[in-house]
Design a protein around this ligand. Structure first.
Ligand code: UTP
Length: 275
């Protein structure tokens, strides 16, 4: 049903400088697998096969990662090390990758709009690969696609966040219509301390209906002069319906150093098999 997944990956990743000076944040490894590959796995599990990546300057390694490396293949073909390429080869067999460049970093809303050329007129998912989501049953995107089949409107994933952290996120206010599902009636991007409308923070997983593109085009730049997806989603919520879904699973903010370390330890202890 939803075949395309958009990965905005053009940001500067300033919180990880100098590592991200020439390496995309999305290529940072959690143990031995880059963040973006975790996101692609999650999208494949949810039934998506078209991975649409919004890149920027200096992001060639993202493209190379999902392409053949003939020299390496030649070197390790027929050796036991070949097994280490098993997962990425499977991804390359199952998914198509397309890329588009965001020339100026004008915010997440703008990055999504740049992706319009690759998405067209159909519902799609958005994954911010620096939010690593892990669930041992259905992944977060799979959970959201199941919900989309029922409601057919845009859905944002939300998580309860402590009060002293909430100012870092887009925050929703809404009425709970079912267990863990809210109908959004307000949304604020990075509220000033003490003004957040709830403790439900939007994290980096979205299902969007394609009318969002026109709405983003109408949206004036908000906080920091950037086009905020939160502002566009609020318009969409007011005109029709946007749902917020409190997902099952763990989320690590790998765009921050503590979240990245926590994710690395978790994956090493619970998922990494080659110890
Ligand atoms: P972030 O604000 O978390 O990423 O954007 P950043 O700007 O790269 O990181 P810091 O804050 O400087 O450390 C959320 C997501 O949106 C993408 C980023 O790549 C990231 O995946 N993004 C953001 C774009 O693709 N383009 C933009 O103009 C802004």
């Amino acid at each position: 049903m939803i075949k395309k997944c958009l990965f905005p990956a053009a940001g500067y990743g300033t919180r990880f400088l100098p590592a991200t000076k020439s390496m995309p944040k999305e290529m940072m490894p959690i143990v031995n697998k880059p963040l973006i590959e975790f996101g692609v796995d999650e999208a494949l599990e949810a039934g998506m096969t078209n991975m649409c990546i919004v890149t920027g300057r200096g992001k060639h390694s993202l493209m190379d990662h999902f392409d053949l490396n003939y020299e390496l293949e030649h070197q390790i073909n027929g050796t036991p090390k070949e097994d280490k390429l098993k997962d990425i080869r499977l991804i390359m067999d199952r998914a198509n990758f397309t890329y588009i460049r965001q020339r100026e970093m004008k915010g997440l809303g703008h990055a999504i709009l740049v992706g319009k050329e690759l998405i067209g007129d159909e519902p799609f998912a958005v994954v911010l690969a620096d939010d690593l989501c892990i669930n041992h049953a259905n992944g977060v995107l799979k959970q959201m696609v199941d919900l989309y089949k029922q409601f057919r409107c845009s859905i944002v994933a939300v998580e309860e966040v402590p009060e002293d952290q909430i100012h870092k996120y887009g925050v929703i206010k809404g009425e709970m219509i079912k267990d863990n599902i809210y109908r959004v009636d307000d949304m604020v991007e990075k509220p000033a301390p003490g003004t957040a409308p709830s403790n439900l923070a939007i994290i980096g997983r979205y299902i969007l209906t394609p009318d969002i593109f026109d709405i983003i085009e109408e949206t004036t730049p908000g906080k920091g002069g950037e086009i905020q997806i939160t502002d566009a989603l609020l318009t969409q919520a007011k005109r029709g319906c946007v749902l917020a879904y409190k997902f099952k699973g763990k989320r690590f903010d790998c765009g921050s150093v503590p979240g990245y370390i926590e994710a690395t330890n978790y994956v090493y202890d619970n998922i990494y098999e080659d110890k």
